[in-house]
Design a protein around this ligand. Sequence first.
Ligand code: ADP
Ligand code: MG
Length: 323
Amino acid sequence: MDEFGLIARYFAPLAKDEPGALGLTDDAAVLDLPAGARLVVATDAIVAGVHFLPDDPPADIARKLMRVNLSDLAAMGAHARGVLLAAVFPRGTEESWVAEFARGLGEDVRAFAAPLVGGDTVATDGPLTLALTALGTVDARGALTRSAAREGDDIYVSGTIGDAALGLKAAKGELPGLDAGSREALTRRYRVPEPRLALGQGLVGIAHACMDVSDGLVADLGHVCECSGLGARITAAALPVSSAARRALAGDPALINAMLAGGDDYELVFSAPAAAREAVAAAARAAGVAVARIGIMTAGEGVEISDAEALRVDLKTGGYSHF
Ligand code: ADP
Ligand code: MG
């Protein structure tokens, strides 16, 4: 099937809820925005063999691509408006692969009310490469940023931390001692993250700094520190840990290091003044997401873990870097 056939058959149905996508038949999309809204834009590309394995389920690849981008919108406190997809398929890609990919993307397009409004489809002799651009909006109150933390702010994180890092290990067969149910739960968290859009939206006007955790909690909180000109002191024992991760830790306490330094959590880490504790709790309840208070922003620099010795945390390098 040629490029236009693929677009018409598999991608145009994902655009049908957005008239401004013009059925993916025109040169560009034309989107209305609510009065006074500002556009929030993020993009992420993933490459076979680097960000996913060529034989990963295509529907899961689509969901992850969608969700890592929506997580960036969540971190800004934005509402999802739509997405664009640049798909670079190796020559000879099976149509069934595209069909499964579009099925997974279609489910999330509907679940997150973020229609596919455009993109590009090209062939390559190189590896499968997929780039998604997410469009979102914020109102006049503005977006959450990494640079707005203040000294003395409480530091919070949503959901649970470290599941995806352990899930990657489980997927690679590195947690053989763990029960199958826990391994499955952790792997799921690695493959299909949950973007915290409702929480991010609810934190606008309450939180100071906010970002999503994609490269590991310590590394990403370090970015908040740098951007805000502050330090952070966290208590590892206060970190929210899932029951599956708890079971893994019981078998090997040193896994705490991977959980703090590993990527792919896609939770929100944010700071808020102590006076906002009630408001943060209310926002979390309204979003249906747990948040844990894990530390405080300090006048120093970098991330300090106050109970590192007791928990045998030994972080030499924080976070995953592609370069
Ligand atoms: P151009 O010739 O300007 O590159 P194309 O012929 O590639 O445009 O694309 C035609 C239409 O199909 C455009 O509306 C484009 O946004 C849409 N489109 C192409 N590929 C995709 C894709 N992978 N996902 C969504 N829309 C796509
Ligand atoms: Mg084109």
